[in-house]
Design a protein around this ligand. Structure first.
Ligand code: F6R
Length: 600
């Protein structure tokens, strides 16, 4: 998620755009830039790093219309050339989103004589608008956008004309007195106006100093409602959510959508990876995979083990990165390092160790240009957008999504998955974001359970097979943000020791979605119920049997067994969040923890 700002009015645009970009900086960006029309031409200034670095290189520019951008890299490294705005002739563009068909468009535009200087998908847009621009900027933007597959929020500057448009990425218009604004997020412009119009998908705005006109894709004018924002700046940064963690949990459908963008072709039964440098014959030759990671990323890797083994028939060892180098194990022929930050020292050390044994390496990370990406052969980005809460949520869901795609992709190449099965599974996978949205709209039961058990000292999360990693993740989330001791256990293992701890004071969260081990999990539930533990089951919405055995049930939408852990994840995240909230814990910054752990 990049930050976009546009301004047209009576004041100097550069100062307002810089100030507005700073309001978005709390999310952490890697580069920034502005384009201002100085009365004769568009001046563009960009810099790697923070807004303050950009400010240092901007001369005194006089101009009352302009656009600005803070970049959070998805295509191409974070550097000055890849920073926005991107230009083509007299057109400058800033963009948030992912253009899925940019390679095809790039080839076509190159053949028409357009010269590409950056590694970004956005540059395609600048050239495409230029290609269509004869005299009417709106028409040029509409024609260009008709060719775009993917998501976008854009602001386009051409002379003193400013146009904005969106599809699947947020964009708002701010209304002032003799000045108007474009922004990707409310905090950017809250200092200047509280009157805001939310652009809907496929709408375009022509922003003038005294008026903003809205159009549909056929250039028919449309009426829009003006909203008054009551939030203060802090609330606006969290989009009105009380904590970043809750906001990020709610961003998961969007994060998954971006993780899938341009990678899933369900009608053809194909998966495409941009950063994967493994040929089909190499994938066929993989004898064993080692996954190395820490914390939440380890839990994602643990689910990855089940996925690769079931879908592609490859044996997987999952290793805690800080232990890997001392375990003297020989790594598999492919080593996958998972790290949302791409900077975790333990994961890097383990990766280097594995590399020195000559294995092929692949990283799954959220941060473009992070250290890990420079040390591996292949990188697959999770594209979750910036995560501020210390507890990983949306990055975890996106890591799972990448692992599903990789395991399916390998499985198809290794002849374990037929074309038909692939198509069916990709259709189910694509439904998951909407199913998460349904879950997020019905949190009442979770909040109720959280308030009843907020004072417990110990919790157990149990699950079998695919649900076991999610039990681990649920316990980790609860520990870190609520400071309650929690254990994630393979449900079948309880009777081998921990059952001694189960009493009426140890609530048990049982992940009991339908599948291979459902009956066994029900037996494990009966074991803990016999010791008087209160049990909350996470169960399939169609399961009418489970309530006979437990105290409370949280239902998740029905999907293929293999994808249900993604839905159960959202429940354990929310449960941890609401328990921590009921205990008044500092949810976004738990004590003793850091977002990126760069020491071993
Ligand atoms: C827990 C959490 C940590 C991280 C771990 C690894 O919510 O965020 O457990 O998962 O420190 O971090 P990355 O993924 O950046 O390598």
């Amino acid at each position: 998620m990049c930050g976009i700002v546009g301004y047209k009015g009576k004041r100097q645009a550069a100062a307002i755009i810089i100030d507005s970009l700073k309001r978005l900086e709390y999310r952490g960006y890697d580069s920034a830039g502005i384009a201002i029309f100085n009365g004769k031409a568009i001046e563009v200034h960009k810099e790697k790093g923070r807004i303050i670095d950009l400010e240092k290189v901007i001369p005194d520019i006089s101009g009352t219309v302009g656009i600005g951008h803070t970049r959070w890299a998805t295509h191409g490294r974070p550097n000055k050339i890849n920073a926005h705005p991107h230009t083509s002739g007299d057109i400058a563009v800033v963009h948030n989103g992912i253009i899925e068909n940019y390679q095809q468009l790039k080839e076509r535009l190159s053949q028409s004589g357009y010269n590409f200087v950056s590694e970004t998908d956005t540059e395609v847009l600048a050239h495409l608008i230029n290609y269509y621009h004869k005299s009417d900027l709106i028409e040029a933007v509409l024609s260009a956008l008709k060719e775009i597959k993917g998501s976008y929020a854009i602001a386009v500057l051409c002379g003193n004309e400013l146009v904005a448009a969106r599809k699947d990425s947020p964009l708002i218009i701010g209304l002032g007195e003799g000045e108007n604004f474009v922004a990707s997020d409310i905090p950017a412009i809250l200092k200047y106006t509280r009157k805001v119009i939310f652009l809907n998908d496929l709408e375009v705005a022509y922003v003038d100093q005294d008026r903003v006109t809205f159009f549909d894709t056929e250039k028919r004018e449309i009426e829009k409602k003006v909203n008054t924002i009551e939030w203060n700046l802090e609330a606006a940064e969290k989009s009105g959510y009380e904590h970043f963690m809750l906001k990020e949990i709610h961003e998961q459908p969007r994060a998954l959508h971006d993780t899938f963008a341009g990678r899933i072709y369900e009608l053809e039964g194909n998966i495409v990876f941009d950063g994967l440098k493994l040929t089909e014959s190499r994938i066929k030759d993989i004898s064993r995979i080692s996954i190395i990671a820490c914390g939440t990323s380890y839990n994602a890797g643990f689910l990855g083990k089940y996925l690769f083994e079931q879908l592609s028939g490859i044996h997987v060892d999952v290793e805690i990165a800080s232990e890997f180098r001392y375990a003297h194990s020989s790594p598999g022929s492919l080593v996958i390092a998972i790290s949302q930050s791409g900077e975790t020292a333990d994961t890097l050390a383990a990766l280097r160790e594995a590399k020195s044994s000559g294995c092929r390496t692949l990283a799954i990370t959220n941060v473009t240009g992070s250290t890990i990406t420079r040390e591996v052969e292949s990188v697959i980005y999770t594209r979750s957008g910036p995560e501020i809460g210390v507890a990983a949520t949306k990055t975890f869901i996106s890591q799972l999504a990448v692992l599903y795609l990789l395991a399916l992709y390998f499985g198809k190449i290794r002849g374990k998955i037929s074309q038909d099965r692939m198509k069916r599974m990709l259709v189910s996978l694509k439904h998951i974001p909407a199913q998460i949205t349904r879950l997020l709209n019905d949190k009442e039961m979770i909040i109720k359970f959280a308030s009843v058990f907020k004072s417990s000292n110990d919790f157990f999360f149990i699950g079998r097979t695919l649900n076991y990693p999610i039990a681990l993740e649920g316990a980790l989330k609860l520990k870190e943000i609520s400071y309650i001791h929690a254990e994630g256990y393979a449900a079948g293992e309880l009777k081998h020791g921990p059952l001694a701890l189960i009493t009426q004071n140890t609530p048990v969260v049982a992940i009991a979605t339908k599948g291979l081990t459902y009956d066994k999990v029900v037996n494990n539930i009966k074991e803990v119920k016999a010791r008087e533990a209160p049990v909350l089951a996470i169960a399939d919405e169609k399961d009418s049997e489970i309530e006979k055995y437990v105290d409370s049930v949280i239902r998740v939408p029905t999907t293929e067994e293999i994808f249900s852990p993604v839905l159960s994840t959202v429940v354990v995240q929310l449960l941890s969040y609401y328990i921590a909230k009921a205990r008044n814990c500092p949810i976004d910054q738990p004590r003793n923890l850091a977002k990126s752990v760069t020491v071993e």
